[in-house]
Ligand binder design. Structure first.
Ligand SMILES: [Zn+2]
Length: 74
């Protein structure tokens, strides 16, 4: 359920995407829109601009926020 998905990530800390961000080993990355703070998910990071489904802005990859920890090497 999508609502459960949102609930699960309410307490998640998000950090800006960096070139070190990876989501290959996972089923997808959890992203947060920097404009409207809507949580969404993506299967991969091989795009440069992604449209937010909620506010419909086109947002550059490095402006999106990604779930902290899981996807970066640090
Ligand atoms: Zn948005």
């Amino acid at each position: 359920m999508f609502l459960n998905f949102i609930q699960d990530h309410k307490m998640t800390e998000f950090v800006p995407i960096t070139r070190y961000s990876r989501c290959k080993r996972y089923s997808g990355a959890v992203l947060k829109c920097p404009e409207c703070h809507t949580i969404t998910r993506t299967g991969h990071l091989s795009w440069t601009v992604k449209r937010c489904q909620n506010c419909e802005r086109h947002i550059n990859k490095f402006d999106w926020l990604i779930e902290k920890g899981k996807y970066s090497k640090t």
